[in-house]
Design a protein around this ligand. Structure first.
Ligand SMILES: [Zn+2]
Length: 352
C-alpha cells in the first residue's frame, strides 16, 4: 500500500526550512471535512451554487485519511482536528453526521453537526446533544432553492430560530459567508454584526477570513470588524499574507485560529490573485481537465516542480504575516492551539 499522497523532496525542504520551527509541537486544526464517498451532495442545483475545483482534490476523506495526512505533512507534530462533514446530500445527512459522531467518539476529536436550515430549533438542539457535537457547520448551498445564489444571505442558511438555540447553549458555529462581495459585502458585514449583537454566547467562527482571498475582497471590512468583541476567524484555505496582516491588526491574536479545510489543502498549488480574482496554479494534468474552471490554471516545467501543498503555502503566508506584524511565540501558540482549546473547553467538558 502506497501513501495517501506523495511527499516530495520539494515539500520536505519547504517544511524543514519554513514551517517546522514556526509551528508549535501540538496544535488544533479547527476546520476539517471528513466524509465517505457518496455522502456528498451531487445535486446539480447545489453544485451550481459552489465552486467545482475542491471536488477534484479528494472524492472522500475518511478519518483514517485525515490522520494519515497529518502524519505525512507534519511528521514531528501532534494535531487534533475539529471534524465535520462536507456539505451532505439532504437525504444522506443522517449518515454523514452519524459517521462524524462515530469518528469523534473513536478518536476523541471535537466535532460539529452539519445542520440543515429547515430544522426547527428543537431539532437542532436535540441532534447536537444526542450526537455529542460542539455546535454546527452550515453552508449556503442548503438555503431554500428559490433564492438565486448571488442573493443568498447568512440568515437564509443560519436562521434566527437556530441561532437562539446555539446562543442558549453557547455552542460553536463555523460559517463560510456567502455572496460575491465576500468579506467586504455590506449585507454580510451587517449580518455578522447582528449575530454578535443579538447572540453574544454564540461562538462564531468566520471561515477563511471571510473568503478574503485577494486584497480586493477586503474593502472597509476590517474597520467595521475592529469594533467586534467575540467573533473568531479561521484562516483556512487562504494564503494571502496582506489579508492576514490586516486581520491581525484589526482583531488581535486572541480571535484568530488555525484551520486547514482538509482534504482540499492536500492540493499541490500556489494561489495568486489577478485583478481581484484568485487563481490556483496547479501542475499540468494532476487534477484532470480544469479548462472549465476559471479559478484553476495549469503550469508546467520548473514552475510546476516547485509547487508544494496548499497547506504549507497557507501556514507560510501566516508565518510571514506574523513576522511583519511582530507576533510573539506566545501569540503563535494562542493562534495554533490555545484559542481553539479555550472555546472547545467552554463548550465540551470532555475535551482534553
Ligand atoms: Zn470548509
Amino acid at each position: 500500500m502506497g501513501n495517501l499522497f506523495e511527499v516530495k523532496e520539494v515539500d520536505k525542504i519547504f517544511y524543514d526550512e519554513k514551517l517546522k520551527d514556526f509551528l508549535p509541537n501540538k496544535f488544533i486544526d479547527i476546520h476539517t471535512h471528513v466524509w465517505l464517498d457518496g455522502f456528498r451532495s451531487q445535486d446539480e442545483d447545489v453544485l451550481s451554487r459552489a465552486v467545482t475545483w475542491p471536488s477534484r482534490v479528494a472524492q472522500d476523506n475518511s478519518i483514517e485519511d485525515l490522520i494519515e495526512t497529518y502524519k505525512l505533512m507534519f511528521p514531528d507534530k501532534e494535531v487534533t482536528p475539529m471534524i465535520f462533514s462536507t456539505t451532505p446530500e439532504r437525504k444522506r445527512e443522517r449518515e454523514a453526521n452519524d459517521y462524524i459522531k462515530e469518528c469523534a467518539e473513536k478518536y476523541n476529536f471535537p466535532s460539529l453537526i452539519f445542520a440543515l436550515p429547515e430544522w426547527t430549533g428543537q431539532q437542532l438542539e436535540q441532534r447536537v446533544i444526542e450526537g455529542g457535537f460542539y455546535g454546527c457547520k452550515v453552508y449556503l448551498t442548503l438555503s431554500p432553492d428559490y433564492i438565486p445564489e448571488k442573493e443568498i444571505r447568512i440568515f437564509d442558511f443560519l436562521p434566527h430560530h437556530q441561532l437562539e438555540v446555539i446562543d442558549k447553549h453557547g455552542w460553536i458555529v463555523v460559517l463560510h459567508i456567502p455572496r460575491d462581495g465576500r468579506l467586504k459585502d455590506p449585507v454580510n458585514l451587517a449580518q455578522m454584526l447582528e449575530i454578535e449583537d443579538r447572540y453574544p454566547n454564540v461562538k462564531l467562527i468566520i471561515a477563511h477570513v471571510g473568503r478574503a482571498y485577494c486584497a480586493e475582497d477586503v474593502g472597509n471590512a476590517f474597520e467595521v470588524l475592529s469594533d467586534t468583541k467575540n467573533m473568531m476567524f479561521d484562516f483556512c484555505a487562504n494564503t494571502n499574507q496582506w489579508v492576514f496582516e490586516q486581520l491581525i491588526k484589526a482583531v488581535g491574536p486572541k480571535r484568530i485560529m488555525f484551520g486547514s479545510d482538509l482534504p482540499i489543502l492536500r492540493m499541490r498549488t500556489k494561489r495568486i490573485c489577478e485583478s481581484g480574482k484568485y487563481i490556483n496554479l496547479v501542475p499540468k494534468g494532476l487534477y484532470g481537465d480544469v479548462s472549465d474552471d476559471s479559478h484553476m490554471r495549469e503550469v508546467e516545467g520548473e514552475q510546476a516542480d516547485k509547487l508544494t501543498f496548499f497547506m504549507y503555502e497557507e501556514i507560510d503566508a501566516f508565518r510571514r504575516a506574523a513576522q511583519t506584524t511582530g507576533l510573539s511565540d506566545a501569540d503563535i501558540e494562542d493562534i495554533f492551539y490555545n484559542n481553539a482549546r479555550g472555546i472547545l473547553e467552554k463548550v465540551g467538558h470532555s475535551f482534553k
